[in-house]
Every structure is written in structure tokens, then in C-alpha cells.
Design a protein around this ligand. Structure first.
Ligand code: P6P
Length: 335
């Protein structure tokens, strides 16, 4: 891998060499990266920057908003609205879509994001992150409506996340594999640290919130029980467990060393298909994982094949090492 390649150079070379990144999309990705840099600066200030704690408001999901949720959302809106590459945006923190104001030029892309995922970890200094997904606006009609966003994850043209942890690292795909860029604060730019990321097809590490065990469906219980049975059980090997309760951090671990992440449907709120959001959490993460050789289903179907009907719809998520995801999915089909 070439040394000291900036995100800009990487994107220019990808644009020039394989044409996967049209100029407008390259511009969009650079703007999102710059916004993530600014969010990282706010996150890193913590109490010093008076950015911790709640904002005293709730988002459309009825979740208490943290100050940093609102800051991150505003940074992404302000950074992206004037560039001319977007037609509209959508965010976990906003009920409806955000149309680019008429005073700015409009482009052909739709940007969705969870501006700061893992908010419950902000005040306790545990890694959090920004997740984003890019679609193309459907042709054939002027203006943009929420219906234009209702595209399956397989239609994404770019997806990524930025994890604000010991390093600030941007992880990105445009459909030609996954690359990772770590922020060099001295240069002020993201530097390529890994390309062609591969997730091992097998693993000994599973991630799920075990406190919900009594609410799980039988296939999930069967899978986790077999992991817990260890080397004496049907799996013939011992497993380790991790749960950071920050999807970006749990997924980054899987992108780095393999594993399986599960936030499945459970009996607590049976009318909801799951906790995580399809459009701006599950879809971008599912594409990244698949591009790195992993798999992602809702227990029954490939996540990227799901046809969305609502902007903030939820979904059951099982993703990571291919052979483990296939096992859990098979258990659902056998149930
Ligand atoms: P629980 C964070 O709030 C989040 O949306 C994901 O980042 C994370 O994986 C999950 O919820 C954690 O949920 O129920 O374990 O707190």
C-alpha cells in the first residue's frame, strides 16, 4: 500500500482510474470527511467544550437528544447544503427530509446520516461515531420527496462511518472494497491506513446485549447458547463476547478482526422489527460489511435487498463474519 496517501488523493485516483467516483460524488465525500473532522474536534473537547449532557429536547424517535447529537447534525447540514452536489439530506435527528435551500445549487445525490451514533456513550468517554449513506436521486421528476429516499440498500453509491475513538478513523466504500483513513491532526487530513479490508469468514467473538436474552426469539437464543456452551458444546470451540453499545465501535472491531454483531427483533416491543434504523445505520453498515467479504441479514433476508417504506424504519440486524451470519440466518429459516 502506498504511504501517506491522503483521502483527497485516494478519491482522485479512484475517480481517474476506475471512474467509480464521479466528480460530484468525490466532492460530497470530501465534504462529509471535513464535517467528520469538525465533529471529532467537538467530541474530543468533552466537558471542556461544554458539549456533554443532554440538550433538553427529544428527537423524532422520542429519544433524549444529547448536545453533541444536535451539534453533529448541524455540522453535517451546514457543511453539505451549499456545495451543489446534494438534492436533499435525511438524519436520525430530523423528522422529515431536509431540502437543499433554493439559494444554493442542487445536485443529484441524497445524503442520509446518523450524525452521532452511540450517544449513550458520549458522557462516559467511550467511542462513538457518524454513519452516512449516499443514494442517487431518481431521474425523471423535478424536486425531491421522501419517496425518492425509499431505495433498497443495494442502490447506495457510497457508504461509510467515522469512529471517534483513540483514533479518528473514516471507513468508506464506493463499491470497490473498503478503505480506512486515520485523521492526522498535524496535517489536518485523513491518511490511508488500510485498503481492501477483509472480514475473516469465521470468528470466536459475538456481540449482543445479553441483558435482553429472555426476550430473544428462539433462533437467536439457540445460536448464543451454542456459543456459550464453548468447546464442550456443538461448536467445539470457546467464544468471547463484546458489547460496546455503540454500533460504530462494535462494527469497527468486526471490520478489523472479524466477529458477529446482533441487534435482533425481540419481545420487548414486538411491533417493532428491531431497534436499529434501516436507512442510515443498517444499510451503510451492511454494504461496508459485504464489501469486506462479510454478510448482513435481518435474520431472514439480505439487508441490502429490503425495500424501505419509511425514512426512520427499524430493522433487525445480524452482520459480520460470513459463516456465522449464515448460521444464524439458517437457524431462523429452520425455526
Ligand atoms: P442497547 C446506540 O444507541 C445504538 O443505536 C447503537 O449504536 C448500539 O449498537 C445500540 O443502540 C445499543 O443498544 O439497547 O444495548 O443500549
Amino acid at each position: 500500500m502506498k504511504k501517506n496517501v491522503s483521502l483527497t488523493r485516494y478519491l482522485v485516483e479512484q475517480q481517474r482510474d476506475d471512474g467509480l467516483i464521479p466528480g460530484q460524488l468525490r466532492l460530497l465525500l470530501e465534504v462529509v470527511a471535513r464535517a467528520c473532522k469538525r465533529i471529532s474536534q467537538s467530541v474530543n473537547k468533552g466537558a471542556i467544550g461544554d458539549v456533554l449532557g443532554t440538550a433538553g429536547s427529544e428527537n423524532v424517535q422520542g429519544e433524549v437528544q444529547k448536545k453533541l447529537d444536535i451539534i453533529a447534525n448541524e455540522v453535517l447540514i451546514e457543511a453539505n447544503e451549499w456545495g451543489g452536489h446534494l438534492a436533499a439530506m435525511a438524519s436520525e435527528e430530523m423528522e422529515g427530509i431536509y431540502l437543499v435551500p433554493n439559494r444554493y445549487p442542487h445536485g443529484e445525490y441524497l445524503l442520509m446520516f446518523d450524525p452521532l451514533d452511540g450517544s449513550s456513550n458520549i458522557d462516559v468517554n467511550v467511542s462513538i461515531g457518524t454513519i452516512f449513506s449516499v443514494l442517487k436521486k431518481p431521474d425523471g421528476h423535478p424536486g425531491v420527496t421522501e419517496q425518492d429516499f425509499m431505495q433498497p440498500g443495494s442502490q447506495q453509491v457510497a457508504a461509510g462511518y467515522c469512529i471517534y475513538g483513540p483514533q479518528t478513523t473514516l471507513v468508506l466504500t464506493v463499491g470497490a472494497g473498503v478503505a480506512m483513513f486515520t485523521l492526522d491532526r498535524e496535517q489536518g487530513s485523513f491518511v490511508l491506513v488500510q485498503e481492501n479490508v477483509r472480514i475473516p469468514e469465521d470468528t470466536k467473538e459475538f456481540a449482543i446485549n445479553m441483558s435482553n436474552m429472555r426476550h430473544w426469539d428462539a433462533p437467536v437464543k439457540r445460536y448464543v447458547d451454542e456459543c456459550l456452551a464453548g468447546v464442550e458444546g456443538p461448536r467445539g470451540k470457546d467464544f468471547n463476547m463484546r458489547w460496546i453499545a455503540s454500533m460504530v465501535a462494535d462494527v469497527h472491531r468486526i471490520m478489523t478482526r472479524g466477529g458477529i454483531f446482533m441487534y435482533p427483533w425481540d419481545k420487548r416491543e414486538p411491533h417493532k422489527p428491531g431497534k436499529l434504523r434501516l436507512m442510515y445505520e443498517a444499510n451503510p453498515m451492511a454494504w461496508l460489511v459485504e464489501q469486506a467479504g462479510g454478510a448482513a441479514t435481518n435474520g431472514k433476508q439480505r439487508i441490502l435487498d429490503l425495500q424501505p417504506t419509511q425514512l426512520h424504519e427499524r430493522v433487525s440486524v445480524i452482520l459480520g463474519s460470513k459463516n456465522e451470519v449464515e448460521k444464524v440466518t439458517r437457524y431462523h429459516s429452520e425455526a
